[in-house]
Design a binder for this molecule. Structure first.
Ligand code: GLN
Length: 196
């Protein structure tokens, strides 16, 4: 099956997500005409089976989603959403920072920059529920955590500071950056959960 994946390209590590999804699509055996496109406007979402919201600065991405008229189109988007770091903040229903207008698509409370300044960036091998093989080598960069998840949200991974990976329906949100490092197991699992 040929699949089109969109990557929200307003700010953040967009090209890394595009490369990782191309790799995941080929590893999943999706059709050779599968593609990954940049999404900047509501029209760009047309025909996309899934959408990635990258890491970056969630206050900036939130502002640009509003400016580009993307809040309702993303909320109504029928496909799965794969959100990392700042993307996880945006997908939440409740965020500790009033400057963020979250999309509210996953029932969870998220705290931004939950690891504090001294530990803005670190890497750790973490077990992810349902992921076979080695623990996932997770890169955390000024990462958020989820502190509360509502019914229906499955926790996939947690560290001492809180929850760092969740799945809810077709959506997946990760506090770390699976688009860095070439391990596409989480992308592949997401694509499978989307029926792709
Ligand atoms: N701390 C950032 C924010 O909340 C997220 C960092 C990231 O995406 N790497 O906006």
């Amino acid at each position: 099956m040929d699949v089109k994946v969109g990557v929200l390209a307003l700010q953040g590590d967009v090209s890394e997500h595009i490369d990782a999804f191309f790799l995941a699509l080929s590893r999943c055996g999706c059709g050779s005409a599968s593609t990954v496109i940049e999404v900047r406007s509501p029209e760009d979402l047309f025909g996309c089976a899934a959408l990635a919201i990258p890491g970056g600065e969630s206050t900036t991405i939130s502002r640009l989603i509003g400016k580009n008229g993307l809040y309702e189109p993303i909320r109504q988007f029928p496909g799965g959403i794969f959100a990392t770091c700042a993307g996880m903040v945006l997908l939440a229903r409740r965020v500790d920072d009033p400057r963020i207008h979250p999309l509210g698509l996953i029932g969870m409370t998220v705290d931004r920059n939950a690891f504090g300044r001294q530990r803005e960036s670190f890497e750790a091998d973490i077990p992810v529920d349902g992921l076979s093989g080695q623990p996932f080598h997770a890169v955390f960069i000024r990462a958020p955590v989820a502190t509360v998840v509502d019914d229906g949200v499955r926790v996939l991974a947690r560290v001492e500071q809180g929850i760092v990976a969740v799945e809810s329906g077709k959506h997946m949100a990760l506090a770390f950056h699976p688009e860095l490092g070439g391990d596409t197991r989480l992308h592949e699992r997401f694509l499978q959960a989307c029926g792709l």
